[in-house]
Design a protein around this ligand. Structure first.
Ligand SMILES: Nc1ncnc2c1ncn2[C@@H]1O[C@H](COP(=O)(O)OP(=O)(O)OP(=O)(O)O)[C@@H](O)[C@H]1O
Length: 245
């Protein structure tokens, strides 16, 4: 397995567990979903995976090695995080070129040529390079954000609600890009979302989270996920009835 999360728990305040005994895995080249309502602990888990915070108990491993035993620099070449708010993630005073050069600062070779080669993979052009984030649309900003993370060719991309603030059409464009990237490069993804329709479209396997616990894992069969846990049925049922799916 590329990523394994074993028995991970986390509290911010004594006696109030935000994550409880989480077990989760992502295999090479797999697109795995993590779905749950607001406040269920999804972003906390993504921060733990990225070593931005430490778990209280349990172990997170990448290719069988605990992430805490990895050098940050090489770990971030293997595993990258993209999160929802592209505007906050991008330095407003930098041009797109400067933003994209930054993750390659330690790379050898022609960085500008690498960026030019990769622009097309997220449907951006040379013309975007001299613009600042404020001169881009929301969808373009998220594509710059995404490109910044994939420039180092990570094996795993953790996507935390990356299309949630975009309209359906732009969401679809970004999701199709992710599927294309996955097919072409084999990049695995942990796709975190509260949006079943999006998760159902992109993922082959999903985990359902409730109040800091994984309550169910489901594998897509014939294009659909099946659930046995009452909460998953209720969650998915209410999404259908609200017309989100
Ligand atoms: N730094 C923090 N200090 C204290 N409590 C926190 C902190 N970060 C998150 N929490 C709490 O942990 C719980 C889980 O939050 P988290 O952001 O992981 O949920 P989420 O599922 O990602 O929600 P959303 O979909 O709304 O982003 C929430 O109750 C939140 O208030």
């Amino acid at each position: 397995m590329l990523l394994t999360v074993e028995n991970v728990s986390k509290s911010y305040r004594k006696g109030n567990k935000v994550l409880r005994d989480i077990d989760l895995s992502v295999g090479e080249g797999e697109i795995v979903g993590l779905i749950g309502e607001s406040g269920s602990g999804k972003s906390t888990l993504s921060r733990l995976i990225m070593q931005l915070e430490a778990p209280e108990t349990g172990v997170i491993s990448f290719n069988g090695t605990p992430v805490t035993k990895r050098l940050r620099k090489t770990f971030y070449e293997d595993c990258q995080l993209v999160f929802q708010n592209a505007s906050a993630a991008l330095n407003p005073s930098w041009t797109v070129r400067e933003i994209l050069m930054e993750p390659l600062r330690n790379s050898e070779g022609d960085r500008a040529a690498h960026i030019r080669d990769m622009l097309g993979s997220v449907k951006l052009t040379d013309a975007h390079l001299n613009r600042r984030p404020s001169e881009l649309s929301g969808g373009e900003r998220q594509r710059v954000n995404l490109l910044r993370s994939i420039l180092v060719n990570p094996k795993l991309l953790v996507c935390d609600e990356i299309v949630s603030s975009l309209d359906r059409l732009i969401q679809r464009e970004i999701i199709d890009l992710l599927i294309e990237l996955n097919r072409e490069t084999g990049m695995a993804m942990l796709f975190i979302s509260h949006d079943l329709q999006v998760v159902e479209y992109i993922c082959d396997r999903i985990y359902i989270m409730k109040d800091g616990k994984i309550v169910e894992e489901s594998v897509k069969v014939d294009g659909e996920f099946e659930f046995s846990h009452t909460y998953s049925k209720k969650l998915f049922g209410s999404m259908f009835s609200r017309g989100l799916v």
